[in-house]
Design a protein. Sequence first.
Length: 365
Amino acid sequence: MITPLRLRTEHGMEAGRRVTWLELFFDLVFVAAVAQVGTHLRDDYSVAGLLRFSLLFVLIWWAWLGHTSFSTRFDTDDLVQRALTWLQMFLVAVMAINATGALDSRDSAGFAAAYSLMRLVLAVQYVRARRIRRARALTVRYAASCAVAAALWLTSALVPPPIRFWLWALALVIDVATPVFTTRHLASVPHDAAHLPERYGLFSIILMGESMVAVMTGMEHQEYWSVRAAGSAMLGMALIVVIWWCYFDVVDASGEQMVRSTRDVVRFHVWSYAHLPLYLGIAVAGVGLEHVIAKATKEPLHTDEIAILAVSFGAVMTSMLLIAATKRGASARGRQEDRQAARASTPERHGRHSRHQSRTPAATV
């Protein structure tokens, strides 16, 4: 069944809607792809391995963000959209299995080809939504940028390094720049204030679950349990629990994100992109904790491994602080708007009260 697309925020449609089972399935597939890409980091927990993992992680997350941003704005639960969603899930699996080799190998060409198709599918989604007059400027720009980026990614799969990497950089710049140059259009076509943060929260908690799996994997490498090994395992789990507690309770990062103006869009961009180092830090920290627990009774971590683990937790905490700052800014702005509305309504109420008082004596005479 094919149905015309509609804006979810139009006429209050599906306000505060919940995440669907298909969207949750989509998130699980993407986190599984992150775990697959992370196998190389487990074998090479070094600066070079971190840089390689970070690049592939950013691309996978950006692909997830593209679909998530689209689905939170448009009513797309028809057969065509489901087929496009399943195709994206297949493509991210192809990306993951082609991410095990070196970046200058043929595998990276397969990764780039799959990623180009991922961007092309997103362009098709925005072309379908161009019929919505209110969102036409936004959809045309996103469709064009995704198509251009897809062409660059596909071309990069056909050329050798280092030209391949220059094309990757150019395509990524186009992808990242598109939301920045469409800020005013994002304000007129806002996301669902409750649905999108919930998607971010689900992605966060699934990544934390993967980190828990990494801790359990490290525990499996213990032939006998010493005080040091048990302490490392307990500390690793406790750190992940602290991240969960800070994200959902202390910072309330998954709370509603209202967008009413261009300033709100800028704040939203900061909130959204602050999740990238948060997610990356959680994934890298999980692998680091696995190394700590596995080596607890064998050998200490190397200096570079300790540094990577410390930087990953530092990235998580910095991201939390940045997200908290955007939440405080939104709260302060909301209170200021409430005060302005109250001051604007006070003279009107006072005027009505004065007129009522002036009529009262005449009515009693």
